[in-house]
Design a protein around this ligand. Structure first.
Ligand SMILES: O=C(O)C[C@H](O)C(=O)O
Length: 278
């Protein structure tokens, strides 16, 4: 049994929030660089170059990658042999979000209620997903999820007879309808299976994967979808081009024989995720 204090959790989440908002992960940078070599449109190449310059400046100056620090999504894998001491896990995470956003001067985007619309200040509360795992470690992953791209995401309960072709059509429709609004080039997270409530989480979870790595069970489907999305011609920031998406990540879950839930969670090019293990 390992004891982990709420103070450690709070300061770790704070640091992850700061890092995530100021630093584009190396896998994302590499994929954008490669996209710059592949993009056929000169305007598209210019946009990709500006995205890379923006990432460099954010790291050098401490000004956030994007004005939108998003909803702070925290994925926690909690080892069964971990004992959290000194308070409530969720309170510690939310205090960490507040500390991180405040100290790095990041915009608070969270309203207390759809009815009152009062900014809570410093971006708390976040959305927290927890999973019990083996071991005595706590793995924390922070994803600031921008509002613009999340707004263009969609979920649909397909009829099973629509099959995988129906899924393919739905994913393409979602990307096409999003057009420039989700700030392409995108990472397209797709969840298939489970239930109405779980499939959205599956699609969001797919975005955590290292950009461009494939799910061996559906690698061909992911490759085909990426090609079809890039053939839509939306291009970087919607200005036309051959790179609309950097990657398609698909996750599946067993499902009821009468259902075919699909969720498409769009991630803008500012694909920010940072991880720490306690
Ligand atoms: O809230 C914002 O700053 C903007 C939003 O993320 C957007 O993409 O339009």
């Amino acid at each position: 049994m390992k004891a982990i204090s709420v103070q450690e959790i709070e300061s770790t989440v704070a640091e992850l929030c700061r890092k995530a908002n100021l630093r584009l992960p190396p896998d994302v940078i590499e994929r954008i660089q490669k996209a710059g070599e592949e993009e056929l449109s000169p305007v598209g190449r210019e946009v990709l170059d500006q995205i890379l310059q923006n990432a460099q400046r954010a790291e050098q100056t401490g000004v956030s990658l994007c004005q939108d620090g998003g909803v702070t999504i925290v994925f926690a894998e909690i080892g069964q042999d971990v004992h959290i001491v000194g308070g409530m896990f969720e309170d510690a995470v939310n205090a960490g979000i507040q500390q991180g956003y405040q100290s790095a001067h990041l915009r608070g985007s969270i309203l207390d209620s759809p009815f009152h619309g009062k900014n809570t200040g410093f971006n708390a509360p976040g959305v927290i997903h927890t999973k019990m795992v083996l071991g005595d470690q706590l793995r924390l992953r922070v994803m600031p999820k921008g509002g613009g791209a999340d707004n263009m995401s969609q979920l649909k309960m397909l009829v099973p007879a629509e099959g995988i072709d129906g899924v393919r059509k739905f994913v393409l429709d979602v990307v096409e309808q999003a057009g420039p609004n989700a700030c392409p080039p995108l990472i397209v997270g797709v969840g298939i299976g489970g239930t109405f409530d779980s499939v959205g989480q599956l699609a969001k979870h797919a975005l955590l994967r290292e950009v461009g790595t494939s799910n061996p069970d559906v690698a061909k489907f992911e490759r085909e979808l990426l090609e079809e999305i890039n053939n839509l011609g939306i291009g970087p920031m919607g200005l036309g081009g051959t790179i609309t998406a950097l990657a398609v990540h698909v996750e599946t879950h067993p499902l009821h024989m009468a259902s075919l839930p699909v969720a498409v969670n769009l991630q803008c090019h500012s694909a920010r995720v940072q991880t720490a293990v306690l």
